[in-house]
Design a binder for this molecule. Structure first.
Ligand code: SF4
Length: 311
């Protein structure tokens, strides 16, 4: 399937079926930390970039297995780019809400929430997780490298307006990169904007997987903890997933591994965690896939990441 991946164990959402609305990589940002690669179509234009019917058909194929659907904690709508650029997002959300009782979460860069049509599309969701990495223009330009059609004041205005209309869980993700958007002035500006947006909580994150730019560097856990003190709403520092009994690796898992790595490079631990596999056999399987020429390994910050040979 082209648009569905997982289920994967998401650190913040539990066992999640991912629904990817866009081919790589249509976005109005070109974030320095992006895990997908450079933006190839840089636009704010909303269109039906892939047929909505094709996405819904894949969802229905998955839902036909009632036991698999029942195991999920959540459906997560995302994209290899910005999912609200797809005009079918509202249809996909409503379809999921009609067909299942499971919560529907949306991961978005939040930049199009100033658009009334986008806000209307997202209203039936249960959890909306937009981003706001900077509240100062120069830092916003440095970290998100947004298109001219997504000025910062419009982005913040959209985040505030959606909060006024949306009754579900509204978690604002802030990703801090060392020396880019983590200075005292940045944190003070973020604190003030977050107070105006008033999300249910802030989820504080830093650069983890191999980023688009090598100068996108992570903050340490203690630096993130210090940054968290600035906010007046509850803050969660996104931490490693640790629980759940792991399953034995099966040859059939190779397909899910390839699908996952096509979306972003991962370490063996990431793969094991996301697919709920025992770590050592999963690492062994990854090495075999490297030997077979299916995957390549790259090093980043003392960790080894796997990705498809032709990624
Ligand atoms: S908004 Fe998301 S998809 Fe777009 S460039 Fe930033 S990280 Fe990548």
């Amino acid at each position: 399937m082209k648009h569905i991946f997982g289920p994967v164990n998401s650190r913040r959402l539990g066992l999640s079926l991912g629904i990817d609305l866009l081919p790589p990589k249509i976005c109005n940002f070109n974030c320095i930390y992006c895990e997908i690669g450079p933006t190839t179509e840089f636009t704010c234009e909303r269109r039906e970039y892939v047929p909505t019917s094709e996405i819904i058909a894949e969802i229905d194929t998955f839902l036909a297995d009632a036991a698999a659907a029942q195991r999920l904690d959540v459906f997560t709508i995302t994209a290899s780019g910005e999912p609200t650029l797809h005009t079918g997002i509202g249809t996909v959300i409503r379809h999921l809400k009609d067909r299942t009782a499971k919560p529907v979460a949306i991961l978005t860069n939040g930049s199009l929430l100033h658009d009334q049509a986008v806000r209307h599309d997202l209203l039936p969701a249960d959890i909306v997780i937009p981003s706001l990495d900077a509240a100062r223009e120069q830092s916003y330009r440095k970290i998100n490298r947004s298109a001219a059609c997504a000025p910062l004041d419009l982005v913040i205005d959209g985040l505030i307006r959606f909060r006024e209309e949306f009754a579900g869980r509204y978690w604002l993700e802030i990703l801090l990169a060392k020396g880019i958007n983590d200075g005292p002035e940045d944190l003070a500006a973020l604190r003030d904007s977050v107070a105006r947006i008033n999300p249910t909580r802030v989820q504080l994150n830093s650069v983890a997987r191999p980023p688009l730019e090598s100068f996108a560097l992570p903050l340490s856990q203690s630096e993130l903890t210090a940054a968290a003190q600035h906010f007046t709403v509850p803050v969660e520092i996104l931490a490693d997933f640790t629980t759940r009994e792991r399953e034995k690796f099966q040859p059939a898992n190779a397909t899910a591994i390839l699908a996952m790595l096509r979306r972003r490079p991962c370490t063996a631990a990431d793969v094991a965690e996301a697919l709920n596999l025992e770590t050592a056999p999963a690492a062994e399987a990854l090495e075999q896939m490297v030997a077979q020429g299916l995957l390549v390994k790259t090093a980043h910050h003392h960790k080894e990441y796997y990705q498809p040979e032709k990624a």
